[in-house]
Design a protein around this ligand. Structure first.
Ligand code: THU
Length: 130
């Protein structure tokens, strides 16, 4: 699937965001190796701390459906600027697509493709636990 198409799906997912506190809506579209796409949005909570980011919503949906291998993820935000994933999401994405790509989109500057390894240098993985 083309990056442009995945960004459009992330924008659709963003419309479903539950973000009454920050008003910052985020959408993610995660492409699995089998071609399936899992969408996610941020789901905020009055406690703030229980908020779930869009990227982790998408990953959790996929894993809970038995899909574990992914190619890439597109992430967009309602600000129209690049939506750099937070540190926790980088770590979670690194668990499941360490060799994958992250596609970001800006209304002004267009698409930017980054590898997870660029976003999380020297990232920690299960195989490091010895
Ligand atoms: N957010 C995401 O969904 N993904 C990120 O990687 C960064 C932050 C959400 C969480 C919260 O609902 C809002 O953006 C503001 O932090």
């Amino acid at each position: 699937m083309e990056n442009r198409e995945l960004v459009l799906l992330a924008k659709e997912a963003m419309e479903k965001a539950y973000a009454p506190y920050s008003k910052f809506k985020v959408g993610a579209a995660l492409l699995a190796k089998n071609g399936e796409v899992f969408l996610g949005c941020n789901v905020e909570n009055a406690s703030y701390g229980a908020t779930i980011c869009a990227e982790r919503t998408a990953i959790t949906k996929a894993i809970s459906e038995g899909v574990k291998e992914f190619q890439k993820i597109a992430i967009v935000a309602s600000s129209g600027d690049y939506a750099a994933p937070c540190g926790i999401c980088r770590q979670v994405l690194y668990e499941f697509l360490p060799d994958g790509e992250v596609i970001l989109d800006s209304d002004h500057e267009g698409m930017k493709v980054m590898s997870l390894k660029e976003l999380l240098p020297m990232g920690f993985r299960g195989e490091d636990i010895k």
